[in-house]
Design a protein around this ligand. Structure first.
Ligand SMILES: Nc1nc2c(c(=O)[nH]1)N[C@H]1C(S)=C(S)[C@@H](COP(=O)(O)OP(=O)(O)OC[C@H]3O[C@@H](n4cnc5c(N)ncnc54)[C@H](O)[C@@H]3O)O[C@H]1N2
Ligand code: MOO
Length: 400
């Protein structure tokens, strides 16, 4: 059976970035940049004051104080740029251009104003309270690199770079098909043995969080022809089709035959992970297909392990995998070696090494687990039971 690492490498190798589109800079947060944003001018563009006060020449304030300077002129943010005559001070405000000839700003709290004159008791440090042209970014510098997922901070920087629009990856379209005769919408009356659909809710929400357009199709009954038709329909206009359930070995598990009948080429089925082993992965043209297992923890986990990196890669994210960190395990966990296991855990409050407490219910049918879990502790395939206090790698769920 394929390892997670090899399976993911195969999936990502086939991921071609989706198209690009221009969005207004105020809509750019959360999107993946599809161009390098280069500073076309130095940032800031001109020397300016970082305080309200007085602009002076340091050379006029040499020797022992106090010094008296007449106040001549004013420089305000967005206003004209005055010139500073020798042995004078110019009133200046935060953000205002430094007057020609000035090289230092004194905060107004540090002078005594007497009519049109200021008295300076102590000479300021030459060059004080000035933000220099280009001190934040040099002209020509790459301010934000292509592939960056824009935060509000990046969007603000793009705006400061004078960009009304930025080029970003289109949102990948993800169509989600939930299969199973037992499924009904939450709150809908159902026959005995039916259950409220929840896996599609997880996948749609998680996909939208990382920039996808997610749509959930009508529930697919355990019927090969209906499933085939649903897959054919879902492939139209989707970058990724995610099916949930029906990929195991039961007589009513129709998804894999439905994929083939719908023209999907299966790349692999089953990966050596726990939970989530029966995942099926394939493609029809450039549209990716993920057949996730139906057990709730398995569906959520396989979305995070495969779906999330794929959606990121489709947007041109050069590093679509979440960071891993070392944690100290709190609680022990019985297991047999064989599959790499992703154990749901919560972070213990406190400082020092990160401690991850294993959640008591690790059943793949547990719907509670992804509501409560904060991290996945990664247990290598070859390892047996996990001991309390041992160190392992973990992935924060919100990092996927
Ligand atoms: N004989 C074997 N049986 C099973 C094996 C196996 O290797 N041999 N593998 C098991 C594993 S591991 C998993 S995981 C499951 C996955 O099976 P399916 O993908 O076919 O999932 P279903 O049978 O359709 O459903 C499993 C379970 O999850 C519930 N479910 C399904 N969809 C949803 C949904 N959208 N929302 C909420 N809950 C859902 C469903 O009602 C079942 O309870 O197979 C094992 N069996
Ligand atoms: O691999 Mo299954 O996903 O354990 O329930």
């Amino acid at each position: 059976m394929l390892s997670y690492r090899d399976a993911l490498a195969r999936l990502l190798a086939a991921a071609k970035p989706v198209g690009k589109e221009r969005v207004s800079v105020d809509q750019a947060a959360g999107r993946v940049l599809a161009e390098d944003l280069v500073a076309r001018a130095p940032m800031p563009a001109f020397d300016h004051s970082s305080m309200d006060g007085y602009a002076v020449r340091a050379a006029d304030l040499e020797g022992g104080g106090p010094f008296e300077l007449p106040v001549v002129g004013e420089s305000s943010a967005g206003g004209e740029r005055p010139a500073l005559a020798p042995k004078t001070a110019c009133r200046i405000f935060t953000g205002a251009r430094l007057p020609e000839g000035a090289d230092t700003v004194i905060m107004q709290e540090n002078v005594e104003r007497r009519g049109d004159v200021i008295v300076i008791r102590e000479a300021p440090r030459a060059g004080a309270w000035i933000r220099r042209r280009g001190s934040d970014l040099a002209e020509g510098a790459v301010a934000i690199a292509r592939g960056t997922r824009m935060t509000p901070g990046h969007a603000a920087l793009a705006a400061a770079l004078d960009r009304p629009f930025v080029l970003v990856a289109q949102r990948p379209v993800v169509t989600i098909l939930c299969s199973g005769d037992e499924l009904r919408s939450p709150g809908e009356p159902g026959k005995p043995g039916s259950i409220a659909e929840s896996n599609g809710v997880f996948v749609a929400a998680a996909a939208r969080q990382i920039g996808a357009i997610a749509r959930v199709g009508a529930y697919v009954p355990d019927d090969l022809d209906v499933a085939r038709a649903a897959v054919v329909e879902a492939l139209r206009g989707s970058d990724l089709v995610v099916t949930i359930g029906g990929v195991s070995v039961g007589d009513r598990d129709v998804m894999r035959p439905a994929f083939e009948a719908a023209g999907v080429t299966l790349d692999f089925w089953r990966v050596a992970i726990k939970p989530g082993k029966p995942i099926a992965v394939g493609r029809a043209g450039d549209t990716h297909v993920l057949g996730l297992p139906g057990n709730p923890a398995s569906a959520s986990l396989t979305w995070l392990l495969f779906g999330a990196p794929l959606v990121r890669a489709l947007q041109g994210d050069p590093a679509p995998l979440p960071r891993r960190e070392r944690v100290v395990v709190v609680g022990s966990y019985e297991r047999t070696p064989g599959r790499e296991e992703f154990v749901r855990a919560r972070i213990e409050p406190g400082t020092g090494p990160v401690r991850a407490r294993i959640l008591p219910n690790q059943a793949s049918g547990a719907v509670t687990s992804f509501a409560e879990a904060e991290v996945l502790v990664v247990v290598p395939a070859s390892q047996g039971s996990v001991e309390d206090g041992s160190e392992l790698e973990a992935i924060r769920i919100d990092a996927f």
